[in-house]
Design a binder for this molecule. Structure first.
Ligand code: UDX
Ligand code: ADP
Length: 457
């Protein structure tokens, strides 16, 4: 089968690479309007950092996996088209800051309608508000020269940093479709793709709306757990309880389970905030204001947690950060990814810059240019002004040299393995350590002479 995927991002690229690897007899073409991104997918420096991705790509690129800017040609050839374009939070007009911006999805649908020369199965992979498939169907049928289009919802549940593992062994694959015979036949074709490597009992089928909503709810529940444990972290700090001990105790209850109970500076990433905002917006649209307020609380808690972390730093460091060199370890929104979308690290850095701190930032995978671009956007400072307040360093030791404080904002494994004696020798005194991810060896640091602050401890 000829498969096309529109959107070569964090979802489209890895997902199609795994699909091509598992289905050597299908030909997969990933297309994007961003020519630089396509060029990167075709180079030795992939645009997305993911553990194991290089190997998967090397095994099938130019065999049955292709990256191309020739969108119309790929659409025309394909029998099945995945739509994996970005759906950011709307930044303008009605619903700004809350609703999903479906511009890119609709443009993809119009492009498919214009380029299609026969029937197509369209698979929504992007996270979309409930009932988007319905709108897609109308756009396609109104513009598609009478070709038959079947629309399936197949949300992707991979988490960045573990994308390849999640794609190879998904907890479940969810496929939403209509129940008329043509839709069921299209659904079966998609099931046949997945059953090459996913056991049939992990493939769930629902109606389209349940599938679309499940994705939002899945992310809302995960984010809610993080906000719940973060709320408790504040109480732990106030009372002398230890949040990791509390998490471990409650995680032993099989009804709660141990995962996603790690207190932190807050959740980030392209999905959680966007999807909850979307959920809140939909609840409000249907007049369910209590439900909307409930889910909005998860976001409020997340913002408070980031602000609280900065406030604690200021208090500890004699109520001023002005002019102090602060070493920031980690900028991506979690370890093992180079993605900085909605990274809590970026918001913490913004607030520290507001306090006139001098930041020395190191992240193992995020390029300096990406860090500076994010901070320019968040602070509103010019490139030059920001350059006077922020430097990006080549490693953690360089960032920590002459620093007043060591601040961990992303839980990269290498930060726990630093030579802390060497670090302490190079820092100013008192040497503060603020662990926003509870990843450092706190007892060792204290013995060496650091003044340590950890989340929920
Ligand atoms: C999430 C969902 O997990 C995934 O199913 C969906 O497809 C996309 O959104 P992702 O955002 O890539 O995936 O990463 P995830 O591991 O969920 O982490 C999200 C954020 O929560 C990160 O900033 C992470 O550091 C934070 N987090 C997670 C915590 O602070 N504590 C935890 O216990 C878990
Ligand atoms: P995600 O994390 O959902 O994969 P990304 O932003 O990483 O999001 O990737 C989405 C990709 O979709 C981007 O590379 C963007 O250029 C691409 N894209 C957006 N709109 C279109 C479109 N109409 N046609 C082709 N590609 C598009």
């Amino acid at each position: 089968m000829e498969i096309c995927c529109i959107g070569a991002g964090y979802v489209g690229g890895p997902t199609m690479a795994v699909m091509a690897g598992k289905c050597p007899d299908h030909n997969v073409t990933v297309v994007d309007t961003n020519a630089a991104r396509i060029a990167a997918w075709n180079s030795s420096t992939l645009p997305v950092y993911e553990t194991g991705l290089d190997d998967v790509i090397a095994a099938c690129r130019d065999r049955n996996l292709h990256f191309s800017v020739d969108i119309d040609e790929a659409i025309a050839r394909a029998e099945m088209i995945f739509v994996s374009v970005n759906t950011p939070t709307k930044s303008y007009g009605i619903g700004a800051g809350r609703a999903a911006d479906l511009k890119f999805v609709e443009l993809s649908a119009r492009r498919i309608a214009a380029a299609a020369k026969g029937p197509k199965i369209i698979v929504e992979k992007s996270t979309l508000p409930v009932r988007t498939a319905q709108s897609l169907k109308r756009v396609l049928h109104a513009n598609g020269d009478g070709h038959a289009f079947q629309i399936l919802s197949n949300p992707e549940f991979l988490a960045e940093g573990t994308a390849i593992r999640d794609l190879l062994r998904p907890d479940r694959v969810l496929i939403g479709s209509d129940d008329n015979p043509d839709a069921v036949a299209a659904r079966q074709k998609l099931i046949d793709v997945y059953t090459r490597w996913v056991p049939l009992n992990r493939i769930l089928t629902t109606n389209v709306w349940s599938s679309e909503l499940s994705k939002l709810v899945n992310n809302a529940f995960l984010a809610q757990r993080v906000s719940s444990i973060n709320a408790i972290s504040a109480l732990c700090e106030a009372t002398g309880a230890d949040v990791d001990q509390v998490a471990s105790a409650i995680g032993r209850d099989t009804r709660i389970g141990p995962r996603f109970l790690k207190a932190s500076i807050g959740f980030g990433g392209s999905c959680f905030q966007k999807d909850i905002l979307n959920l809140v917006y939909i609840c409000e649209y249907y007049g369910l204001s209590e439900a909307a307020a409930y889910w909005n609380g998860v976001l409020e808690m997340n913002d408070w947690q980031k602000r609280r972390f900065v406030r604690r730093m200021i208090t500890a460091m004699f109520n001023t950060l002005s002019g102090k060199r602060i070493a920031i370890l980690g900028f991506s929104f979690k370890k093992d990814t180079n993605d900085t979308r909605e990274s809590p690290a970026a918001y913490v850095c913004r607030d520290l810059i507001d306090e006139q701190a001098q930041l020395a930032i190191y992240d193992p995978k995020v390029p300096a240019a990406a860090i500076m671009a994010d901070l320019e956007r968040l602070t509103g400072l010019s490139h030059q002004d920001l350059g006077g307040r922020v430097v990006c360093e080549r490693d953690a030791y360089a960032a920590l040299h002459q620093a007043h404080a060591l601040v961990v904002l992303t839980e990269w494994d290498e930060f726990g393995d630093l030579d802390f004696e060497r670090v302490l020798d190079s820092m100013r005194r008192p040497a503060f350590a603020f662990d926003g991810r509870n990843t450092l060896p706190h007892d060792t640091l204290r013995q060496l002479g650091f003044e340590v602050y950890a989340v929920g401890k």
